[in-house]
Write a protein that binds this ligand. Sequence first.
Ligand code: AMP
Length: 393
Amino acid sequence: CARKDPAADGRCDGRRRVKRPQRVFTGNVNMKSGSAGCRNTSSARFHIHTTLQLSINLSYVGLTDKYMNFQELNLPNALLRALRDKEYERPTPIQMQAIPAALEGRDILGTAQTGTGKTAAFTLPILQLLSAEPRTKGRRTIKTLVLTPTRELAIQIDECCRDYARYTDIRHCVIFGGVNQRPQVDALQRGIDLLVATPGRLLDLIGQGYVSLSDIRFFVLDEADRMLDMGFIHDIRRILPLLPAKRQTLFFSATMPDDIVKLANTMLRNPAHVTVTPPASVVETIRQSVLFAEKAEKRTLLASLLRERPESSVLVFSRTKHGADRIARILTKAGIEGRAIHGDKSQGARERAMNDFRAGRCRVLIATDIAARGIDISELPLVINYDLPEVAE
Ligand code: AMP
């Protein structure tokens, strides 16, 4: 502990003194009215969400009396029962806007981030419309396609379908790359009504003749802005002509820059516009701090922050894949178990790390924004941006 700085509230990590960072901002940020997320418990629920670089959308309780209930949305009993199991009391703002319009058969242009309840906003009306149809004889054909940019999001949406469709006879499955296609092909061949897919694996299986989109009547494009950021525009352009012209399209994006609006205009007919959550709004229960540290001191600072909260799960965002791996190594050396997830990790490794983190078996998860968009983790007390995000939102 050689350094002496009278102005600094220093602390010792055993090897060297780390200058206590100046806390330039810490406090609550008011959530703008109307940007309520969803959760009916008193504990905040955290949804990690990234735009081009990184933003975190933290959704929470905060629903007021003016909100209607699910019965008023005319959802059938099978869905209401599933929603009761999930302990959802009321629809979120995006659900209140999107569900009636979708049930009327309208296309939807939705500006909504993950954490607002948008998965249910598109899944519930589609499940209702699908289950109202008479079953035809023979193997089921795919009638709904949900296209989403990342594998993690695809898995999450499929899990929502499982929960919401529990008391219906709708069958669904999810396909994404980076894993053996056999189980996915087996599921497809058993016949499904609803398919959740990432673009690459979808085109691959269409090419091999395992997927036909000719019976699609509901098409959901989820996280459209992220799709474009990730370079999926060419894949989308190849998929669109394979869809029947007569269909209902539900288009969701967290942001609506010009190229997204242009894309939406090519796909939607007289859409109902639904918008929630102004960008960069953060709920009142979240305290935010900015810590200044020299680059060389960041690793020691991170280790000391993590040691201060030995019980907490912590999510650390790194700007690069290489950086994420380096942070994991630094932490391991410091005796703190940390696991990295990013686009270069195998799907199996990503899922294991994510599941272990969710289940509390892995305390610290280090993620790049690419690996983290839209991931829903409950009860996460601390999120650290190790690098300054380039896009403030
Ligand atoms: P999403 O924005 O679709 O990722 O949903 C975010 C979280 O909100 C998920 O954990 C959902 O289970 C939850 N959720 C969705 N709708 C509601 C609702 N009406 N009430 C309470 N929680 C909800």
